[in-house]
Design a protein around this ligand. Structure first.
Ligand code: SF4
Length: 108
């Protein structure tokens, strides 16, 4: 993994453990000649800490009224079964309150 903060699955699991000497890995079960491989996430504690800090910050901002824009793009949204829930098609009409930045990036 080039950027440990891009992987949130192992970081979420690590957040369930208070230990700071964790090891975590994916097991890629291969049916080809390459076989089954273990891919360790060597920075899982750092990824966990960054994830937890980000969640705390997001909740703080939500408490201040920050909005949660849909972040999907392109063809993914065309086939997404949650499209009605995220309100992507109505987002442009729902401008955030003045002075409140959306969480997760721009709306476009
Ligand atoms: S339709 Fe909404 S929930 Fe689905 S991928 Fe796009 S932004 Fe995400």
């Amino acid at each position: 993994m080039k950027d440990p903060t891009e992987d949130t699955q192992l970081a979420f699991y690590a957040a369930l453990v208070t230990d700071d000497t964790l090891r975590a890995a994916y097991v890629n079960v291969g049916e080809k000649a390459s076989g089954t491989q273990t891919v360790e996430q060597p920075a899982v504690v750092e990824a966990r800490d960054a994830l937890v800090a980000g969640i705390i910050e997001d909740f703080r901002r939500i408490g201040q009224g920050a909005t949660l824009p849909p972040l999907g793009e392109g063809a993914v949204c065309d086939y997404c079964t949650a499209r009605g829930l995220c309100r992507k098609d109505f987002w442009d009409e729902a401008a955030p309150p003045p002075g409140v930045e959306p969480i997760g990036g721009s709306t476009q």
